[in-house]
Write a protein of this length. Sequence first.
Length: 376
Amino acid sequence: AEGSRRQGPQPRPLEVLPRLSVESFGSIAPQGEPLDPEPDAKKIQASLTHLAKFFSHDECTNVEAWIDQTVGLAAAGMLPGEKTVDMTASRGKYFFGHGYSYGRGMRGKEALLQEGTVAPIPEWVRAFVIAPLERKGIVPYDWVDSVVINDYRAGSSIVAHVDPVNLFARPIMTVTFFCPANLVFGASFDPSRRTPPAFVQTLSRGSVLLMDGYAANRVTHGIRPEDLMGERRVSLVLRHVVPAAKAAEAPAEVGSSATREAPSLPGGAPVAGAAPGMGAAPMERLFHSPATERLREACGAGHGPEELDARRTPHGAAASGGQLAPGDASPESSMGPCGDASQSGEETGEPSPTAQSQDSSSPTGSECPTLEAAEE
């Protein structure tokens, strides 16, 4: 009977706040602004906004499953764009929307990669990462046009750097999945660690960090080996390309390749969600979904559909037959990927007091075995 059927999770109504203006949001950092030789912890903290547990445990699990599927497609050489994937032995970097050149000696010389050489932003990123930020009024609709997925494993770290001011508007947004880490400001990466961090910000699973002003422009930030708190951390860096950089972006060459040879995974790790014979269906799910387009159109109109399916199937339709879609945690699941207890499932938009200055006590929260890591 209809009434005796097992009821699944009930979808939550969408909360859509008044739209922010793309034109008035954010700022373009001054060119050539020097680094502060004596970083000020109070100024750093004042220019950071940390939203702890913005994404619930179930939402993190969903996004992490999509990350694994995207990594699997990359390993199979199925992502479009010849420069979408940038691999090292212990780190995977995936550019979407707009890619850019980077590396040692490149500060101030960074440039966008040629138009068309990286894949578009996947629809799952728009639906499950960007759209919640838009609905909460944290970022304007359609402001994010560049996404980088950084997949860090044993033997890697994020070297001290400043996000290119000539390419990206502020704020810079970082979303953390899998295991947490400490982001350190003003620290040296030499073996003896001669310069300790001026400020430490803990990035927990499901947290969002917005970095602006002094912290984004006047002080380097990075993650040292000892700052990682688990065997794998994945960050999604959300940015907005400044108009001048877009104007200088070279168009794609006629006949340029849209595919690349399959790279190896960081550390030879197994790929989750990359079953043989994925074919066109996963690509369709990654880069096009009628449900997510409908969601984005609704947000753009200033209102949302009455319900959004909480099962989060790849096509945005209700799951049938009890089959779990990417990211659906089983009812028995209550632990995060680092062995942390499940979050309450409630979204919080409140800044977290987890930020610490140099003389603060060590952070609390989930702890996994630390890693030995090198450069980004």
